[in-house]
Design a protein around this ligand. Structure first.
Ligand SMILES: [Zn+2]
Ligand SMILES: [Zn+2]
Ligand SMILES: [Zn+2]
Ligand SMILES: [Zn+2]
Length: 215
């Protein structure tokens, strides 16, 4: 039951007396148990459940949930979430990302008039807008920093950056240190939890070995 901040005996946004509240609550719970909300897939939401996702004003892929727990459209719909399909865009792509020159020095101001296709072409789960333009300030910035032009639309860039972070998951792993100056014989026997997946190329050390090597 939603309770406004620093208030007591409220149900939704309505204030009740202590007595009213205490007699109402058991009746509401009882009602929610005997007449639960049933969603389109037949899932039952009784008292104590989180709100059914189908009542959410937002589609799954419009929320940050899609960034942390990406689902395909089918998966999302199956789990009772809504899905936002890309809007049909009016523009014509005038330049393919593959044909952008590699070096910023060879980019002329005419690029500002182009509608550049996104390299992902809407085939990803990034809410790809399929095309983008370069604005003058942006072009100036790339020139000043000697950066190549992007090949992806801003949404895809955002998701690609997120991929560089370690996932919200821990793996139990063994220390990979084999330094003979640390007092352990052969490889260090310590295990610990880490957000670096076992198949990743990085060496992972336990805290002790890390402190000795790095700090
Ligand atoms: Zn894109
Ligand atoms: Zn993408
Ligand atoms: Zn170690
Ligand atoms: Zn060590």
């Amino acid at each position: 039951m939603y309770r406004p901040k620093n208030k007591s005996y409220c149900i939704l946004n309505k204030q009740y007396t202590k007595e009213e509240y205490e007699s109402l609550i058991p009746r509401i719970k009882e009602h929610m148990m005997t007449m639960p909300y049933i969603d389109q897939k037949g899932r039952v939401y009784k008292y104590g459940e989180f709100f059914p996702p189908e009542l959410s004003p937002f589609a799954y892929n419009e929320t940050i949930a899609q960034e942390y727990f990406p689902l395909t459209k089918e998966e999302a719909l199956n789990q009772g979430y809504r899905w936002k399909d890309p809007e049909t865009k009016e523009y014509q792509i005038t330049m393919k990302p593959e044909s952008l020159p590699d070096h910023i020095d060879t980019i002329r101001d005419e690029i500002l008039k182009e509608t550049i296709g996104c390299l992902h072409g809407g085939t990803c789960l990034h809410q790809c807008t399929t095309a983008f333009r370069i604005i003058p300030e942006e072009l100036q910035f790339y020139r000043r920093m000697h950066l190549p032009l992007p090949r992806l639309c801003p949404n895809c860039r955002h998701y690609e950056r997120l991929c560089q972070r370690n996932p919200l998951r821990l793996w139990r792993r063994k220390c990979m240190c084999d330094k003979n100056t640390h007092g352990h014989e052969g490889t260090c026997p310590h295990t610990f939890e880490t957000s670096y997946a076992p198949e990743r190329p990085e060496l992972v050390y336990c805290e002790e070995c890390y402190q000795r090597e790095v700090v």
